[in-house]
Write a protein that binds this ligand. Structure first.
Ligand code: AMP
Length: 364
């Protein structure tokens, strides 16, 4: 059935800003999108002609959705695996249930990264208070307790120092299956966004430097300030993970930079906030690249159009819109969310920088 011809319909699980930007990228390639998710008024629904508002486990709604689309993808990684398995019996689902299951569970994710030779922080499974006490003794004086599932933007994790009240920490996370990770005093955080086509071809953007505010991505710069050995290694890690998962689509790998070492922190089986700059800053955006990959089309070029910075507009930052509109060359993207809440991603702005303005030059 691949490649999908123009006019085909792509089903997207989840209706947030990632789905919105995927749908906007699908249109010039001649594809239409159908958004499926439980939330009322999904931002992606404003730019598509079909939306289903239903639970991810509503089989009747999933059946109708599967019948109306030619391929299914996702913009939200906490879709239940059973939803993907149900859909996969009816329509191609890319990426597949295995990639999703691996990325949804921090323990499986770290085991998997290590199995393909990518280093991670030291970690141990924690299923009860005794495990936590044992893991704390093994991992060292500073550690981070994280729930295995459903954590994001710093939610579902607690920093623990020697002497911390472990009982209280365990209760605070709700006594759910977790992992304890060694605290990494990193020099920086980067991500690599890679794409893998149905024929196994892989491409990646240069590594991206990420800066967080209150555990939420605030700003990304590309290319990251890495030497060429580190940059090549970072891209190779992402490519190895994508190949080992037999992945189709765009995936993001977040890593800590510690001296010459790179430690995998998270794998996101989807387009990623740290790649939003690629809409104006790369020859092919991450959104178009994902659509190309899942529809069986060849990947586009991933070269940069310059040095680029992306700034998220979080909560009240959206008040900067008038001044951003007045700034020549600032590319503004608003996500169509009417209610402003602290910590809510309302939009982003991308700037392609004149050489030498930001950041420091890439080391030789
Ligand atoms: P995560 O939800 O795993 O992406 O973690 C959110 C943020 O917390 C990361 O981007 C880091 O800034 C910080 N963090 C997470 N795990 C660790 C760790 N093991 N050591 C140091 N900082 C961490």
């Amino acid at each position: 059935m691949l490649p999908l011809p123009p006019g085909s319909r792509i089903g997207i699980l989840g209706g947030g800003q990632l789905g919105r930007m995927l749908a906007l990228a699908a249109a010039p390639l001649g594809f239409r999108c159908h958004i499926f998710g439980p939330d009322d008024q999904p931002p992606a629904g404003q730019v598509t002609d079909r939306i289903t508002i239903a639970d991810y486990l509503d089989e009747a709604a999933l059946n109708a959705f599967a019948a109306s689309v030619d391929v299914v993808t996702l913009e939200f990684e906490n879709v239940p695996a059973t939803c993907l398995e149900f859909l996969a019996q009816r329509v191609p689902v890319r990426p597949g249930a295995r990639a999703l299951a691996t990325a949804q569970d921090r323990l499986l994710e770290k085991d998997f990264a290590n199995s393909v030779g990518a280093a991670t922080a030291p970690y141990a499974a924690v299923d009860n208070l005794r495990d936590l006490q044992g893991a704390m003794a093994k991992i060292g004086s500073r550690a981070v307790l994280k729930t295995r599932r459903l954590g994001y933007d710093g939610k579902g994790q607690i920093m623990l120092d020697r002497g911390a009240d472990l009982d209280q920490a365990w209760q605070t996370l709700g006594g759910t299956p977790s992992i304890l990770e060694g605290y990494i005093p990193f020099d920086g955080e980067i991500s690599v966004i890679a794409a893998r086509a149905t024929n196994g071809t892989i491409g990646a953007y240069p590594p991206i430097a990420n800066h967080h505010r209150n555990h939420i991505l605030d700003r990304s710069e590309v290319p990251a300030d890495l030497n060429s050995v580190q940059a090549d290694r970072a891209v190779a890690i992402a490519a190895d993970l994508a190949t080992a998962l037999d992945y189709v689509g765009v995936l993001a790998v977040e890593m800590f930079v510690v001296g010459d070492d790179l430690l995998v922190n998270e794998i996101a089986p989807r387009v990623h906030n740290s790649g939003h700059w690629s809409i104006e800053g790369a020859v092919t955006s991450q959104f178009e690249q994902h659509i190309r990959a899942i529809c069986g089309l060849p990947l586009g070029a991933m070269a940069l159009r310059g040095r680029i910075e992306m700034q998220n507009l979080i909560g009240d930052d959206v008040e900067q819109v008038p001044s951003l509109l007045a700034e020549p060359g600032a590319h503004l993207h608003l996500y169509g969310k009417t209610e402003v809440r602290p910590g809510r991603k309302m939009g982003h702005v991308t700037r392609i920088l004149p050489e030498g303005v930001l950041p420091k030059p890439t080391a030789p």
